[in-house]
Design a protein around this ligand. Structure first.
Ligand code: MG
Length: 292
């Protein structure tokens, strides 16, 4: 295997014993996107080969993202544009996980959404009842909202603290969304923090990584239990922590946030640790090794 000088440096001086390639195949593969399949606008080495091989083996695939401001179609277009053959039902974001949680737990409740158009439309399309009258609100959904303003915070405050009836939930806990150029934007976690600060309440449900709710939704979608799936990602605190919480095997790829020295210092251990994503295929990857 050819490694770049950067990858060689990652393994130095003595953490390479942490590297571990899978010794088995899975029926379901659940992928993080940025830092795992692509980095910014570039496909990561081996991603094309891996997905092609998983397709040949009829593996079930889900791509996860915490970002609730983008339409799943945008991820589909991006992956397809990078040459990754993707189906619409394989994209799962926190708009979908939040919608499915609300349908299960608050179908007859009145909901106030602090969020952008994709979230608003999805909840309306699902038949959920939205309102901004504080005295009627049962659930405040706080999300990544670039139109956040004082009026929305006041409504959440009134529903939770004044009328003492609403619970607070969120699409995703990220406090900011990093951009490839080193910039970023305040994310849902910042809005949750504002509501928690003024109401003294705590957010009770998180529909994004690292909560296992997201993996549970993914497993339901592909119809497989945790022991038949592996979660692949580049972040210990979200991707790998979520898999551990769900009792699912995990594979850390060293192509994004985490380096081997960071892993060595962390208190969490993925099942597998890979220099690049196509090492996910067992070393001798005969067809017979893939259970169906
Ligand atoms: Mg990532």
């Amino acid at each position: 295997m050819t490694m770049t000088p950067a990858q060689n440096r990652l393994a130095e001086p003595d953490h390479s014993h942490l590297l571990a390639r899978p010794t088995r195949a899975y029926r379901g593969y659940i992928f993080d996107l940025d830092g795992t399949v692509y980095l910014g606008r570039e496909l990561l080495p081996g991603a094309l080969r891996l997905i092609g091989e998983l397709r040949r083996r009829d593996a079930r695939i889900v791509f996860l993202t915490n970002n609730p401001t983008r339409d799943p179609r945008m991820y589909l277009d991006k992956l397809t544009g990078l040459g990754i053959d993707t189906r619409p039902e394989e994209i799962l974001n926190t708009v979908m996980t939040m919608t499915s949680w609300l349908l299960e737990n608050a179908a007859d409740k009145k909901i106030f959404v602090i969020g952008e158009e994709p979230l608003q439309s999805a909840l309306i399309a699902a038949g959920l009842q939205l309102t901004d009258r504080p005295q009627d609100i049962d659930v405040v959904v706080a999300s990544y909202d670039r139109t956040f303003e004082y009026r929305k915070l006041q409504i959440a405050f009134d529903a939770i603290a004044t009328h003492r009836r609403a619970m607070l939930v969120t699409t995703n806990p990220d406090v900011y969304c990093p951009f490839p150029n080193g910039n970023g934007e305040p994310d849902a976690g910042a809005i949750v923090a504002a509501i928690e600060a003024c109401t003294g309440t705590k957010c009770q449900v998180n529909a994004g990584k690292p909560d296992r709710l997201m993996l549970d939704t993914a497993m339901r979608r592909i119809g497989l239990p945790a022991q038949d799936c592996v979660m692949i990602g580049d972040r210990l605190s979200t991707d790998i922590a979520m898999a551990v919480a769900a009792g699912m095997d995990s594979a850390l790829v060293l192509t994004g946030e985490t380096t081997l020295p960071m892993l060595a210092a962390a208190g969490i251990r993925p099942t597998w640790v890979l220099r690049r994503i196509d090492e996910l295929l067992p070393e001798s990857h005969g067809q017979q090794q893939f259970s169906r």
